[in-house]
Design a protein around this ligand. Structure first.
Ligand SMILES: [Fe+2]
Length: 409
């Protein structure tokens, strides 16, 4: 309801709720146009749960409010929305809904004919499948082959990070070396990284056995939680992986989650995904792809006295070939297309998943990426406005909703 800006007006209006014995569950005020205020009030039904049954006390209340002169009275019923996790514990309901996982490999996977590798994949998948939100993350004892694979990638990537990674990444990588046992000869433990991130940016890693749907994955980000694999690519091809693995997650993604702007950016996409339509989930997933996976941002280079392109997307920061391909400045070589970061355009942009990207989006800075994304999310036709409460680890919704049943996998 819209009320004029007058001292005591809310008191006057609330008297009608007492008079007709209608219980208020939540009340919130927001400034509206011309110095007035909108009040959002959730009330309990007074006549049981049958939708069609006339609710007399409520009807009388509404009539009295209208007669009193409440200027705009809008009655919102419960809105039905797609299921989404409201509390962080409900991530347990989606974490194991993987599209493929464990020893189930595609025929062109480098480990397809390696029975030991497949057995190991299943073992690590089982750790993830047995994880729940309130349990400590299982520590993995990585084998020599696995560590060797990690070292091969690290050694190839290190000189490229110095040249092409954005400053927040480089800064965070140093912190990870100091606090999370990041070295060229150790695969860090997801548990240590998650504890570190919780203490710096309130972000969490959570084990997952394989790929999730875009909806489930993005819903995790709303709870500042990143679903993160623990297995590693096949040692025969250390510079190639057809799927996210521990190298991609820990060298590409994890350091960026030590940056508050980047965490807020990721959570923004996550909150917009809650209860969203399938069409909007696709749009948000594309925005995620062109930023969190393949985003570039400008940075001033004091040596050259001008801006340069740096990478903040994990798909670049963990890929030996693509990082250089996206960021190098050699005019003679084949160059991808680089365009200004624009979530509206990214939301509709198709992309390949098995080759280098033909197109990248370049933001002025990480906060520019965040601000534009926030604006884009605000303009989406969202069923409600969602905020995250860090104390209770719960999503707060600004209207009454009814979650539809969770879809079977
Ligand atoms: Fe990724």
């Amino acid at each position: 309801m819209e009320l004029p800006n007058r001292v005591g007006i809310l008191h006057d209006v609330l008297r009608f709720f007492w008079k007709f014995d209608v219980n208020i569950r939540r009340i919130e005020s927001r400034p509206s146009k011309f110095g007035k205020f909108d009040f959002f009030v959730d009330v309990e039904r007074t006549n049981g749960s049958d939708e069609d049954e006339k609710d007399e006390r409520l009807e009388n209340l509404l009539t009295s409010l209208e007669e009193y002169g409440v200027e705009k009275l809008l009655i919102l019923g419960e809105k039905e929305v797609n299921w989404f996790p409201r509390h962080i514990s409900e991530l347990d309901m989606i974490a194991n809904r993987t599209l493929d996982a464990g020893s189930d490999l595609e025929a062109d996977h480098p480990g397809f004919y390696d029975q030991n590798y497949r057995k190991r994949r299943q073992e690590l998948a089982d750790f993830a499948l047995n994880h729940t939100w309130n349990k400590p993350i299982a520590e993995i004892k990585y084998t020599e082959d696995e560590i060797h694979c990690w070292t091969s990638v690290w050694d190839q990537m290190e000189p490229l990070w110095e040249k092409f990674a954005c400053t927040p990444y480089l800064r965070s990588l140093e912190l990870m070396k100091e606090h999370c046992n990041y070295t060229r000869t150790t695969i860090p433990q997801q548990k240590d990284i998650s504890i570190f991130l919780e203490s710096t940016t309130n972000f969490h890693l959570r084990p997952v056995a394989g790929l999730l749907t875009s909806r489930d994955f993005l819903n995790g980000l709303a709870h500042r939680t990143f679903f993160c694999t623990q297995y590693i690519r096949h040692h025969s091809k250390p510079l190639y992986t057809p799927e996210p693995d521990v190298v991609h997650e820990l060298l590409g993604h994890a350091p960026m989650f030590a940056d508050t702007d980047f965490c807020d950016f990721s959570q923004e996409i996550g909150l917009a995904s809650l209860g969203a339509s399938d069409e909007d989930i696709d749009k948000l997933a594309r925005c995620y792809w062109f930023t969190v996976e393949f985003g570039l941002c400008k940075e001033y280079d004091p040596v050259k006295g001008k801006d340069k392109m740096t990478a903040y997307g994990a798909g670049l920061l963990s890929s030996f070939g693509e990082l250089e391909y996206a960021c190098r400045e050699n005019e003679n070589s084949e160059k991808p297309m680089i365009v200004e970061w624009d979530p509206k355009r990214a939301a509709l942009q198709e992309f390949p998943i098995t080759t280098y990207q033909p197109l990248y989006f370049l933001a002025d800075s990480l906060s520019d990426a965040k601000n534009k994304m926030r604006k884009y999310c605000e303009d989406l036709p969202r069923p409600f406005f969602a905020q995250y409460n860090y104390q209770t680890q719960t999503v707060f919704i600004d209207r009454q909703i009814k979650r539809l049943d969770i879809e079977p996998n």
